[in-house]
Design a binder for this molecule. Structure first.
Ligand SMILES: Cc1cc2nc3c(=O)[nH]c(=O)nc-3n(C[C@H](O)[C@H](O)[C@H](O)COP(=O)(O)OP(=O)(O)OC[C@H]3O[C@@H](n4cnc5c(N)ncnc54)[C@H](O)[C@@H]3O)c2cc1C
Length: 379
């Protein structure tokens, strides 16, 4: 067991850290305030390999490991959690096409996703099916060499802005085996979008409903076989959950660092905050929780890289723990900043708002417990 990162992994981490410091950190607060989707900055990230981190090289991917991805997302999120999280979703959708799409499909879509000339969305959730994703109702009926889609997807990150929508739709009977995955391109007649949702955080990325009204999608756009869509969606989420967990690590680390600095200079009762033992213990706990969360994320990533039978279990455990711990650390940091933590003059409140949703999406943390318990109890 080797807990040291390889030289190559450290170089990737350094590259991501420098990119984040230069291209994301200086603008993150303004993008959050103005709700800017930072296209140019993301394309600059794609130019150094962050658009298709774990897709194959022959279609422009970086062919890096899930551990590398976790390192990258921690660094990006330490600067701008919301933008990092969107890049993680784009990577998840891109990987699904690369891994499960046929040769023609991956060659058609992945190169422009790798450069982020095109942006991707992942469409699973519907108004009536969130946690119970396998009950989704968007129907795709075969008509010659097309499917005709009717239904709607809710809460889609990148909705309305993305060019490529990786959609889970029902082509067969009820239940998970009746679901297929289709790539739907922006501009498809019958595809439209709801209003942009107003949110607590994640303001640098749009969220909207994706609506299908007799939308005709070529059969050639199907990812994998008919009926494999739910399994493909879940495979995507294994890595997606780690990336979101890594985004929580980055936000928590940034908050912890800021709190430590603040405690050394802020004086009350004639002493710095850092001199109060009650607060020293809080920081000790924050750092310990962060370290535990990081170890879980990195271990789950190595299991996913190894296609280990327990990878899904460990991804669920890591997502549950790291997103809960990450949010709690941001909240503790805000407390240590006192009233200043609540102001937009400091970045803590933004990290807090951005990490809150990590406990909800890509499977809520209750659903993570369901996955873990199923494995433990066979229930
Ligand atoms: C900002 C944002 C972006 C998102 N982006 C995307 C996206 O890009 N693509 C996409 O497909 N989806 C996306 N989602 C949707 C997200 O994945 C869902 O919101 C999430 O899966 C929960 O579904 P729900 O909101 O319908 O809640 P529900 O399923 O209605 O759950 C409500 C509550 O009940 C709990 N619960 C439900 N069932 C159980 C159970 N069996 N046992 C215990 N507790 C249970 C849940 O944990 C939750 O706390 C996004 C959501 C948000 C807020």
């Amino acid at each position: 067991m080797d807990f040291e990162l390889s030289e190559e992994a450290r170089a990737i981490q350094d590259t991501a850290r420098s990119f984040a410091a230069e291209r994301l950190a200086p603008h993150a607060a303004q993008w959050d305030e103005d709700k800017i989707f930072p296209v140019d900055a993301m394309r600059a990230g794609a130019a150094i390999g962050f658009g298709a981190i774990y897709a194959r090289e022959d279609v422009g991917g970086s062919a890096l490991s899930r551990l590398d991805a976790a390192l990258i997302f921690e660094e990006l999120a330490a600067a701008d959690t919301s933008t990092a999280a969107y890049i993680s979703i784009h990577n998840m959708a891109t990987w699904m096409i690369d891994r499960f799409g046929g040769e023609a499909l991956r060659r058609r879509f992945v190169p422009r996703l790798a450069t982020m000339e095109h942006f991707a969305s992942y469409c699973l959730t519907e108004p009536g099916s969130g946690s119970d994703a396998a009950s989704l109702k968007t129907r795709a009926v075969r008509d010659g060499d097309h499917y005709v889609l009717n239904g709607s997807k809710a809460f889609i990150s990148g909705g309305g802005v993305s060019d490529v929508y990786v959609c889970m739709v029902r082509t067969g009977a009820d239940g998970p085996k009746g679901i297929s995955t289709l790539v739907v391109e922006k501009g498809t007649p019958g595809l439209s979008f709801g209003k942009q949702e107003k949110k607590l955080g994640w303001n640098t990325q749009p969220t909207a409903m994706v609506i299908f009204e007799d939308a005709r999608v070529p059969v050639a756009n199907r990812v994998g076989a008919e009926g494999d869509g739910f399994a493909i969606a879940m495979k995507g989420l294994d890595g997606g959950r780690l990336n979101i967990a890594a985004c929580s690590l980055g936000a928590a680390r940034a908050c912890l660092d800021a709190a430590r600095e603040h405690m050394k200079v802020r004086r009350q009762f004639g002493r710095t905050l850092a001199e109060f033992q009650a607060l020293q213990f809080r920081v000790a706990d924050m750092a310990t929780e962060l370290e535990a969360a990081r170890l879980m994320v990195q271990r789950a990533a190595t299991l996913l890289d190894a296609e280990h039978a327990d990878a899904t279990l460990h991804c669920a455990m890591a997502k549950r723990f790291a997103t809960d711990a990450g949010f709690a650390i941001c909240d503790e940091a805000l407390q240590l900043f006192g009233g200043y933590g609540y102001l937009k003059d400091y970045p803590i409140e933004r990290y807090l708002r951005d990490t809150r949703v990590h406990r909800i999406l890509e499977g809520t943390n209750e659903i993570m417990r369901l996955i873990i318990a199923r494995k433990l109890l066979g229930a």
